[in-house]
Design a protein. Structure first.
Length: 405
């Protein structure tokens, strides 16, 4: 009953100055909504990235043109060729390599079927690409080695792209134009979503030789995907790959490589560093918003103590102890922070939902732990901000308080 009376007195004190209490709550609402949004965006990004990496096999190695130092300065060097891929696939030099898939990619190419036009990514690669990535056709077939050798004008469509072009009609055997060149559709792939950081459902895949000579007009490949026979011996496989490429590129001992070999784990570490940095920025912004909200609570409570000095003196005169005054004002600050925290959580959920709908890229994810953390931080801010005004109110001299006008 004693604590209930303290709470009711705190409630009446807040209700007596409703506008001022609402203004104090606004700061907490903004701060907590910022925390919920920041944590939801970061958690959604982490889940998305983890999912994409899980779609990449642990036994895969990726060879890219340019040294690691040059790539870090955003300079891209085209140094890889189909002949490099063939050399890596030679079991005499790389016995730990089981499959190789060189890739050339061109974004935003127009795919045309009669009067239907769609913009999609075009990937030129070899027949090993699908098996390496556990990517299966649901209709027709994937590319074959003879398609690459004969430079055939055939293509395999991603699940979404085939649906947009053909609807419910069978796509296999139909003809589409890619970059103005007619291709025969030989297969439609399963619904996969992402393979690594590539959206394959919107992708058209064509033979490597056809793409390089007829569409891209280049003699270099952008990437060489390599699958190891034994994931536990991936480091040995990388050594074999580097040895072959240094020989093929005639790189002298002591000279820097003109290529970069990366594993899924290395890429995961680099992306984790970026997301951690992104998280620091987001949490800093949210923290500043919470601090501002706490300062608002402290200012409002200090004003409240000043305006209610005579009331405090009367309460002390009729027997209230300093601890009772401290509890009353501290509870008022906690009520403001809890109320602001609850409304802030709701606002944060609404904001993240709008952000997902508007951007169509970010996929925020809010679980119960995020809400718990946000409410806990709101309570901490309320207690911290209300402590000084509460202590100041409890230390007022009763006689001086009664004289206050």
């Amino acid at each position: 009953m004693f604590w209930m009376r303290i709470v009711m007195m705190a409630y009446r004190g807040l209700r007596a100055n409703l506008l001022r209490s609402m203004l104090a709550t606004v700061g907490v609402i903004i701060g907590v909504s910022a925390v919920v949004s920041a944590m939801s965006i970061l958690e959604g990004a982490n889940r998305d990235i983890r999912g994409r990496f899980e779609s990449m096999g642990a036994d895969l190695v990726y060879v890219m043109g340019g040294s690691s130092q040059r790539r870090s300065r955003h300079a891209t060097t085209l140094s890889l060729t189909p002949e490099d891929a063939e050399a890596i696939g030679d079991r005499r030099d790389c016995p730990l390599v089981s499959a190789v898939a060189p890739e050339v990619q061109l974004s935003e190419q127009t795919i045309q079927y009669f009067d239907r036009n769609r913009s999609a990514t075009v990937l030129a690669t070899s027949a090993d690409y699908a098996a390496m990535n556990s990517y299966k056709p649901v209709a027709g077939r994937f590319l074959r080695p003879e398609d690459v050798l004969a430079e055939r004008k055939v293509c395999v469509l991603g699940h979404k792209l085939a649906g947009e072009l053909f609807g419910n009609l069978p796509a296999v055997g139909q003809h589409v134009k890619i970059g103005g060149i007619a291709f025969t559709v030989v297969g439609v792939m399963e619904k996969k979503g992402f393979l690594g950081f590539r959206q394959v459902d919107d992708q058209a895949t064509i033979p490597l030789t056809t793409g390089m000579k007829r569409l891209f007009r280049t003699r270099f490949v952008h990437l060489i995907g390599v699958q190891s026979r034994d994931a536990s011996r991936l480091d040995e496989c990388i050594i074999q790959i580097k040895s072959v490429l240094r020989r093929e590129h005639k790189i002298r001992p002591g000279t820097e490589d003109d290529f970069t070999v990366a594993t899924v784990e290395q890429a995961k570490d680099q992306v984790a560093w970026v997301t951690n940095l992104f998280g620091i920025v987001l949490y800093s912004i949210a923290g500043i918003a919470l601090v501002v909200g706490g300062i608002g609570i402290m200012n409002i409570m200090l004003v409240s103590v000043t305006e209610r000095t005579r009331e405090i003196g009367v309460r002390m005169a009729v027997g209230a102890r300093r601890g009772d005054i401290l509890k009353q004002f501290l509870i008022e600050a906690i009520v403001i922070s809890v109320l602001g925290g609850g409304l802030g959580v709701l606002l944060g959920l609404v904001f993240t939902g709008l952000l997902e709908d508007i951007t169509q890229v970010l996929q925020p994810y809010t679980d119960s732990s995020i809400i718990t953390w946000a409410l806990a931080m709101a309570i901490v801010v309320g207690v911290t901000s209300g402590l000084y005004p509460a202590v100041r109110a409890s230390r007022l001299d009763p006689v001086e308080a009664l004289r206050y006008e």
